[in-house]
Ligand binder design. Structure first.
Ligand SMILES: Nc1ncnc2c1ncn2[C@@H]1O[C@H](COP(=O)(O)OP(=O)(O)OP(=O)(O)O)[C@@H](O)[C@H]1O
Length: 577
């Protein structure tokens, strides 16, 4: 945690230093006030003197000066935590964007969202409201004890002992705080994950009549949240306030009784007792602030655990190789590739094939054998466990991943349409988006049969598509994804079940598009439909044992049992091929 704080605090050292110096001056002034009161009380019984007047002036001016300094100091210090929070939230989001696909696969987005939200606790909650006041309290205690020891050593020692016992007792109960806090943070991030998934799928919940069940699950989460919130509150309050109030009252009584005895013996004056009585609440206020930071440190460590895990989890591997993207066609080669997803024993085994630049390839096979996995390897979302995947002659592990993906246009199985304008959706991720003319966009819109959607939208290309692209049908979404891929003029164009949401007529038209386009890209089509199998340059059949057989339609139909069965089963392909 120390190195973490240093990393975020170091750039702000000057602001912090000025703020701290001002705060220390302010603290000194507040601590000096009881001494002024002491002098004033002691001089009341004597003749009028200039020192009486001086003390009256000091008594009035010190609080005014302390207030002014406190305002200026707030200007410097209060923004520190906020700045740290902003930086941390930015870094976290950036880190999440670059995390390894494996981590993203197993972490619910709601949980990651909660980590970004929790980072507010670190900066604004902990640093602003706990750490900075605690540092000031430390100085306050130093000054108070210096002036108390100057007035009377034994009474100071008594107050010190009360303070120490308070700190000790709170430290003992503090251990429980951390375990309750951990449970509370877990509950909040798990429930955030649950909530995010439910809200994203409200339509499904409604269609399956799962509303009552989901409401009950959410109420259970809320009950658990409340239970731990109460535990956290009760333990925290006892730790923070209960012990403190008890020992402060005890300490005040001791000062009065012990002070009375000392006055009777003539070893202490009444002014000093008044000063001591003024110092006791200040001592306990400072102790309370130190306790709060001790508790806060425990809490913040718990909050930081998932944040560290995000920073410590490996980022996506990215090589340094930046092949030229000038060449518009890129060959693809799988060379003795083995791959299985984490915690899976089955996967692709010894896969070998080559796709010539500009060629068109169809990937077929039963459901779940690994067709999309081949795409995951080509796009570099995963790296092969053995062998290599080469694009344009360079292994994907060596490619700079950003650059690799710039060369690829993909129409994925699960299309994501953002709640942004149609134009933004079409140009999504394009580094040269501003150079794409409306003419070019309209050309692609026409080719992908999106004209009718554009006409329907009140603001056309500049209409927002709504949450979950509510303004677009399933087929329209697929065509938006297709247009988005085409607008990239990619070197490799991948269609993963591109026609699954299209009607047969549109399917035919879109498939034709793959050929009539001026697209010279290397094309890969994952499809259960074999309508166009005889037209492609090569077919890759992914077999149930994870191997891949490459060949042409006629050869495979004659020699490959599984392929023949697939052809027969495909109602359109079976009749045409
Ligand atoms: N990220 C992942 N983590 C773990 N397992 C995965 C992951 N993605 C896919 N799988 C599993 O790997 C296997 C192959 O999946 P893949 O999506 O490549 O199949 P597919 O041939 O494209 O299937 P379909 O035709 O049904 O789309 C499946 O058993 C799937 O459950």
């Amino acid at each position: 945690m120390k190195s973490f704080l240093v990393h975020y605090v170091r750039p702000l050292w000057l602001t912090i230093l000025i703020g701290l110096i001002l705060s220390i001056i302010g603290t000194l002034l507040s601590v000096a006030q009881p001494l002024v009161i002491r002098n004033l009380i002691n001089s009341l019984s004597k003749e009028y003197s200039s020192s009486l007047l001086l003390n009256v002036v000091l008594l009035i001016s010190i609080p005014i000066l302390a207030t002014v300094i406190s305002y200026v100091q707030t200007f410097f210090l209060s923004g520190v935590g906020q700045k740290i929070t902003q930086k941390l939230r930015g870094d976290l989001f950036n880190r999440m964007l670059g995390l390894h696909t494996e981590y993203l696969d197993k972490t619910p987005p709601g949980k990651m969202y909660q980590s970004i939200q929790d980072s507010i606790i670190v900066g604004e909650g902990y640093i602003d409201r706990e750490l900075v006041p605690a540092i000031l309290s430390f100085f306050t205690l130093l000054f108070i004890f210096a002036s108390m020891f100057w007035m009377d050593i034994s009474l100071s020692l008594v107050i010190m002992a009360c303070g120490l016992i308070t700190v000790l007792l709170t430290a003992l109960t503090g251990a429980r705080v951390k375990s309750v806090e951990k449970k509370y943070v877990d509950i909040r991030s798990e429930s955030a994950g649950y909530l995010q998934e439910s809200l994203e799928n409200i339509r499904t919940i409604r269609l399956f009549g799962g509303g009552d069940k989901e409401f009950k699950v959410w109420k259970d989460w809320l009950a658990l949240d409340r239970l731990y919130w109460m535990k956290r509150r009760l333990i925290g309050d006892f730790n923070e306030k209960g012990i403190l109030i008890l020992f402060q009252s005890l300490c005040l009584s001791i000062v009065i009784i012990y002070g009375y005895i000392k006055i009777r013996h003539g070893v202490l004056n009444i002014g000093s007792i008044v000063a001591f009585l003024a110092y006791v609440p200040m001592v306990f206020q400072s102790v309370s602030s130190l306790q709060r930071v001790q508790l806060g440190t425990k809490r913040v460590k718990v909050v930081l655990d998932p944040i560290y895990s995000i920073f410590n989890n490996p980022a996506e591997n990215s090589g340094t190789l930046k092949p030229s993207l000038e060449q518009k066609e890129m060959g693809i080669r799988f060379d003795h590739v083995d791959f299985n997803y984490p915690n899976r024993s089955e996967g692709l085994t010894n896969v070998n094939f080559s796709l010539a630049p500009g060629s068109t390839t169809l990937i077929v096979g039963p459901s779940g054998v690994g067709k999309s996995t081949i795409i995951d390897l080509i796009t570099g979302l995963y790296d092969p466990l053995k062998g290599k995947v080469e694009i344009a002659g360079c292994a994907t592990v060596e490619w700079n991943k950003k650059l690799l993906r710039q060369a690829i246009g993909i129409v994925p199985q699960n299309v994501v349409i953002w709640n942004r304008t149609l134009r933004e959706n079409l140009l999504y991720g394009l580094s040269s988006a501003e150079q794409i003319t409306d003419e070019r966009i309209n050309e692609i819109i026409h080719k992908t049969h999106l004209d009718s959607l554009v006409k329907k939208l009140p603001k056309g290309l500049d209409e927002k598509l709504g949450p979950n692209a509510i303004q677009a049908s399933g087929g329209e979404r697929q065509r938006i994804a297709l247009a988005r891929a085409l607008l990239r003029s990619p070197s490799i164009l991948i269609f993963d079940e591109v026609t699954s949401a299209l009607d047969p007529i549109l399917t035919e038209e879109i498939i034709e598009l793959i050929w009539i386009q001026e697209i010279t890209s290397t094309k890969l089509i994952v499809s259960h439909r074999l309508t166009f199998a005889s037209r492609v340059d090569q077919i890759l059949v992914v077999n149930p044992d994870g191997t891949v057989t490459a060949g042409r339609h006629t050869d495979l139909k004659n020699n490959h049992n599984l392929y023949r069965k697939l052809v027969m089963a495909d109602q359109f392909g079976g009749s045409r091929a």
